[in-house]
Design a protein around this ligand. Structure first.
Ligand SMILES: [Zn+2]
Length: 198
């Protein structure tokens, strides 16, 4: 089935809906206290909330996972990788009361290993895998589709990561797995350049 990608982002942050027909995955999950804005953008882009089968945060910073608990209450399970479990409770330390952040509980979280990700995505018609791509934070993951599209969250671009060997290793991993087109959390879609020659 054809996979489509739409951006439902706001406030300088991209939130991507990856769809196989009406089976959908939300990649990055809104600022705290912005459920109304998220719902309005989903509606504007023609994405019924009830068709979102899972929400995945590329990492647990507030602009990427701020609505996770509220979306769970709306019926969207949160997909969690083991490297992210420890980062979830720390996120609230970056919020202020005025943010109206709703703390993420373990209830209803679907925790899977990276190895299980291809099978789980396949169950909702999406061909791809989730890979561990640290470099911005240790809990950062990327969704890589088999067509080469990759959702990297805040992984620093290679050109800016010369002093960040962890990020460079993550880019190498993504290239080895076939990534060709990068969907960042902030900024436009970019081609992934071939490996820089040394
Ligand atoms: Zn971040």
């Amino acid at each position: 089935m054809l996979t489509t990608i739409v951006n439902v982002g706001y406030r300088s942050t991209n939130y991507w809906v990856v769809s196989a027909g009406t089976s959908r995955l939300l990649v990055d999950i809104g600022w705290p206290g912005t459920l109304g804005a998220m719902k309005a953008n989903l509606k504007r882009m023609g994405v019924p909330l009830r068709e979102i089968r899972y929400a995945l945060a590329t990492h647990y910073h507030i602009d990427h996972a701020g609505l996770a608990e509220e979306l769970k209450k709306e019926g969207v399970p949160l997909l969690v990788l083991p490297v992210q479990i420890g980062a979830i409770p720390i996120m609230k330390t970056w919020t202020k009361p005025a943010d109206h952040y709703v703390d993420i509980t373990p209830d209803g979280n679907v925790t899977i290993s990276f190895e299980q990700s291809r099978q789980l995505l396949g169950q909702i018609g999406i061909l791809g895998e989730i890979l561990h791509t640290p470099g911005h934070s240790d809990d950062s993951v990327s969704l890589l589709l088999d067509d080469g599209s990759v959702f990297t969250g805040d992984l620093p671009p290679e050109a800016a990561a010369y002093d960040n060997p962890v990020a460079l290793a993550s880019w190498r991993l993504l290239r080895e797995h076939g990534a060709t087109r990068v969907y960042l959390a902030h900024g436009p879609i970019r081609p992934l350049a071939p490996a820089p020659s040394v």
